[in-house]
Design a protein around this ligand. Structure first.
Ligand code: CP
Length: 303
């Protein structure tokens, strides 16, 4: 994947992932490296974001690059009817790299096909969030000391949760076992189950969020119910608080268990979990800066 766009985890080989993880580690050791001097990076966020946009922009600043862009598409000419194609073509005249988040699945892939500058997908609808996967993999590696042979339990909105979809593809290189906990309405889509079956990756599905499953896990990956993807908010109301992790549920969990969450959280992790040493979600978000430094330098072919 050297020098090119970063659109989907499915485009990455195991070697790509390991190379990016090593780069991430080096940026964590030394985050202030002026590798982007003279480069302009555009962050185009057609959907809201806190962590992804700000950590990408921090990554660019720490690398000595400059940032242009928007965090609210209603202030841009897309609100006057300008197409995504024209927006990408215009911004390609100004920047060396585009980092974009869009509500349409496939938007980043489409953008990568109409411009010669690299596109980084910062989330496309319910499809993919590949830079989140790199920081998730790095967080798992840091906390477990390995990526191989781990039991990962994913909880919550597995239907619309793009971080879930990306992460299971990224982990597929490392012989994982998955446990999926979701209500019927938010179960993992069949396409991802087929992917796991084709790759001979074992998984079990549950509707009950039980301590028994938590106690068999190395990583507990909590997710928010994605209100913005529901067309019927009554359906959202039915499932929004379906699973809430409380500190008392961790009493018999494995010593190495770590709780991850891409954030933002709404109600799915009680605040009493935050002080548990097994809670890792805030450090996980911090790792996003280093992982994104690695991705940016990689797509620009900077050694
Ligand atoms: N994890 C994540 O994508 O967070 P933001 O929506 O705040 O960017």
């Amino acid at each position: 994947m050297k020098k090119g766009s970063f659109v989907s985890v499915a485009d990455l080989s195991k070697e790509d992932i390991i190379r990016l993880m090593k780069k991430t580690e080096s940026f964590e050791t030394n985050p202030n490296q002026k590798l982007l001097e003279g480069k302009v990076c555009a962050t185009l966020f057609f959907e809201p974001s806190t962590r992804t946009r700000l950590s990408f922009e921090t990554a660019i600043n720490r690398l000595g690059g400059r940032v242009i862009g928007f965090s609210d598409a209603s202030t841009t000419s897309s609100s006057k009817g300008e197409t995504l194609k024209d927006t990408i073509k215009m911004v390609s005249n100004y920047a060396d790299l585009i980092i974009m988040r869009h509500h349409l699945e496939g938007a980043a892939r489409y953008a990568s096909e109409i411009t010669d500058i690299p596109i980084i997908n910062a989330g496309d609808g319910a499809n993919q969030h590949p830079s989140q996967t790199m920081l998730d993999l790095y967080s798992i590696y840091k906390t477990q000391g390995k990526l191989e042979n781990l039991t990962i339990t994913m909880v919550g909105d597995l239907k619309y949760g793009r971080t879930v979809h990306s992460l299971l593809v990224g982990m597929s290189h490392f012989q994982p076992q998955f446990k999926f906990i979701a209500p019927e309405e938010l179960k993992l889509p069949d396409i991802y189950k087929q992917f796991l079956e084709e790759n001979k990756i074992p998984f079990q599905e549950y509707t009950e969020f039980s301590e028994d499953v938590i106690n068999q896990s190395d990583v507990l990956y909590m997710t928010r119910v994605q209100r913005e993807r529901f067309t019927d908010l009554i359906e959202y109301e039915k499932v929004k608080n379906v699973y809430i992790l409380k500190n008392c549920m961790l009493n018999n969990s494995r010593d190495n268990l770590r709780i991850l969450h891409p954030l933002p959280r709404v109600n799915e992790i009680a605040y009493d979990v935050d002080d548990n040493p097994k809670a890792y979600y805030f450090e996980q978000a911090k790792n996003g800066v280093f992982a994104r430094q690695a991705i940016i330098s990689d797509v620009l072919g900077i050694i």
